[in-house]
Design a binder for this molecule. Structure first.
Ligand SMILES: [Mn+2]
Length: 286
């Protein structure tokens, strides 16, 4: 089953029926909205889960968000190419989840560069890309740019990705305060993205992260996290079912002006957890 973030002004998706059919451990919802000031939605996202329990066990599920940049239609093209290439690689190639995510990102990078080469007016097109895979209760991810992946575990929210942006660097170096970042004139400058520069090396965790029943994963573009604080994200996703939480968070961003496109995916892990005996990948006994 594939759920694409369509190019409509606003689109909601969920895997409600798929979950019942395949006993997926994931409850999923996603929402993308053009926002209040942009003409186009340059964000793109997709969620994939295999048809069949064996395949689900072997491959797990894949969630991707991408936020394109570049003039003309460059941003739109870049984010869509990235998401589709990464998904293709993940679905069709063989390898560990980590290897598939990384090689998928490399393939996406190449394809965007090639596309720009044959469409010179799209020169400079690029995209952020944050992809998460959950297989047998373990989270893998790969990340480039300033979209984000959050984990809500036992009521606490933590950000699993760092922003590959100029402002992100200034914050990490202690040169500016996180609160200044929201208004910093250079807050949109990325230091790493797909389709731009040399071969990208995405951030990945050293070890897959074991998930527990009830854990929540949130993937989102800066159109959301730029306007909605971590604490507000946490409260909303904990208090509401995924689909309703998606709608409320987009509403919140819109109440605050929504200058950018907003895209988010929310995944609730309903499995036994990585510590269970049925998950051979589990490395610790809880
Ligand atoms: Mn954005």
């Amino acid at each position: 089953m594939v759920v694409n973030g369509a190019r409509e002004q606003c689109s909601i998706a969920s895997n409600g029926s798929g979950r019942l059919q395949h006993q997926s451990e994931i409850e999923f919802a996603a929402l993308s909205d053009v926002g209040l000031q942009r003409q186009r939605n340059e964000d793109f996202s997709a969620y994939w889960e295999p048809d069949g329990a064996n395949e689900l066990r072997r491959k797990g599920i894949l969630a991707i968000v991408a936020d394109g940049m570049g003039g003309y239609e460059g941003g739109q093209e870049a984010s869509q190419i990235a998401v589709e290439t990464l998904r293709e690689t993940f679905v069709n190639a063989r390898g560990t989840p980590h290897a598939l995510l990384v090689s998928g990102m490399k393939a996406a990078h190449e394809r965007i560069r090639e596309y720009a080469r044959y469409n010179p007016r799209l020169f400079g097109m690029g995209t952020t890309c944050t992809a998460a895979c959950v297989v047998r209760g373990h989270l893998y991810f790969a990340h480039l740019g300033d979209s984000r992946l959050y984990l809500v575990h036992e009521g606490k929210i933590s950000r699993l990705t760092r922003d590959h942006s100029y402002v992100g660097r200034l914050i990490e170096s202690g040169l500016i305060d996180p609160t200044d970042a929201e208004t910093h004139p250079q807050r949109h400058i990325l230091t790493a993205a797909l389709g731009v520069g040399d071969d990208p090396i995405p951030d990945t965790p050293l070890e897959p992260l074991p998930l527990q029943n009830g854990d929540l994963l949130l993937l989102c573009t800066d159109g959301l996290w730029g306007l909605v604080k971590d604490e507000e994200l946490r409260e909303t996703v904990m208090r509401h079912a995924p689909e309703s939480a998606c709608r409320q968070l987009v509403e919140l961003a819109k109440n605050r002006g929504a200058p950018d496109n907003i895209t988010l995916q929310l995944l609730r892990f309903m499995g036994n957890g990585a510590g269970s005996t049925t998950t051979p990948l589990g490395t610790s006994g809880d």
